[in-house]
Design a protein around this ligand. Structure first.
Ligand code: FES
Length: 360
């Protein structure tokens, strides 16, 4: 039911401030207030971000740009950050993290969503989300920033890693940045090159921008291969931003000699090997389980029947953060060990190194 038009939903964000004060003072429950607001319009909430789908456009064979307009609860978002998209499928709430390729001051944002083979949520968004639908988003997170003082900027992207970099690039060019910029985008095949028309137009308008695509899986004649030192020769840049799967970002870090910001989004490599046996204790749930030291605590908590909050399952969104009470955990991305009681850990990228107790 929509008793209010969406334009009023955005306008109401400020007048709802007294209700927020009452919730903060525990005079009202947020769930009760949200229940009434959602009855007026499905995007109207006290604090949570809901957005209406305003447009859809395919920007690669396997990538869709979604144009959304948020209710008034998205504050301080920046292009290049990422947000969780929440969707309930068959009664189960799912979420995934996607990058903001555009953020406008009037509440419009753009997300680029790549199809994941077998990915329930991405396939649902790509194939079934329609203009006018309302979806829930998390708050934006992420630290990638345009290096304002750089004399030259190199943007290194692999796969959907191009999406946060495109967001930053659009804003930098619109602000009049004149330093030389090179974008190198690695994709398996031609059809996976994203935003090609727009990037070619940008190259025409901004002579300081060069965009190149490197094919890693095409026929031998066309193949450029994976990121290597010779791809970086002769580039005019003193600062690089790299975004893509963990292996790609690691390679960029090894090869690029200058300043570098990076964001890796691939889930840690799963091993089928069973590690040594460990005891897992989930304090708040008062449960114990026999676990192993090879797999993430998120997987093992789920195997034990718990349903920890989570989003990206890749160590990015922080929604699975939990407190380590006792024991030692290992970061699956780099092997670092953490054993300080009270330390926040991300369950999706942490494996028990020995017996552990966590506040779950
Ligand atoms: S689920 Fe996103 S950081 Fe763990």
């Amino acid at each position: 039911m929509r008793l209010l038009p969406f334009v009023l939903v955005r306008w109401l964000a400020r007048p709802l401030a007294p209700l927020r004060a009452l919730v903060a003072g525990q005079w009202l429950r947020v769930s009760e207030v949200d229940g009434v607001l959602a009855w007026l319009h499905p995007a109207l909430r006290l604090n949570r971000v809901f957005a209406r789908v305003e447009g859809r456009s395919w920007v690669a064979e396997d990538m869709l740009a979604l144009r959304l307009r948020c209710n008034g609860n998205a504050h301080g978002w920046q292009a290049g950050q990422h947000v969780q998209v929440f969707l309930t499928l068959d009664g189960v709430r799912h979420s995934r993290s996607y990058s903001l390729t555009r953020v406008a001051p009037d509440g419009y944002v753009e997300l680029a969503i790549r199809r994941q083979p077998g990915g329930r949520l991405s396939n649902q968004l790509l194939d079934h989300l329609s203009i006018g639908d309302v979806i829930e988003l998390g708050q934006a997170q992420g630290d990638l920033q345009w290096p304002e003082q750089a004399q030259g900027v190199l943007l290194l992207a692999a796969g959907s890693g191009v999406t946060p970099l495109l967001g930053l690039l659009r804003e930098a060019l619109a602000r009049g940045i004149t330093a030389p910029i090179t974008l190198l985008h690695y994709v398996r095949e031609h059809g996976q090159r994203a935003f090609v028309d727009e990037l070619q137009q940008l190259m025409t308008h901004y002579p300081n921008l060069i965009v190149r695509w490197a094919l890693t899986g095409a026929s031998e004649r066309e193949r450029d291969g994976r990121l290597s030192a010779c791809h970086l020769e002769g580039l005019t840049a003193d600062h690089a931003l790299a975004c893509g799967p963990a292996g790609f970002v690691q390679r960029a870090t090894q090869l690029w000699p200058g300043a570098l910001q990076s964001e890796a989004f691939t889930a840690p490599t799963r091993t089928s090997a069973v590690g040594s046996s460990v005891q897992l204790r989930f304090a708040r749930s008062r449960q114990q389980a026999q676990g192993d030291s090879a797999r993430s605590l998120l997987e093992q908590a789920e195997d034990a029947g718990l349903r920890p909050a989570h989003g990206c399952r890749q160590g990015i969104c922080a929604s699975c953060t939990c407190t380590l009470l006792t024991g030692t955990v290992r970061d699956l991305r780099n092997g670092a060990l953490f054993s300080e009681p009270g330390q926040p850990i991300r369950l999706c990228i942490s494996a028990p190194h020995a017996d552990v107790e966590i506040d779950l």
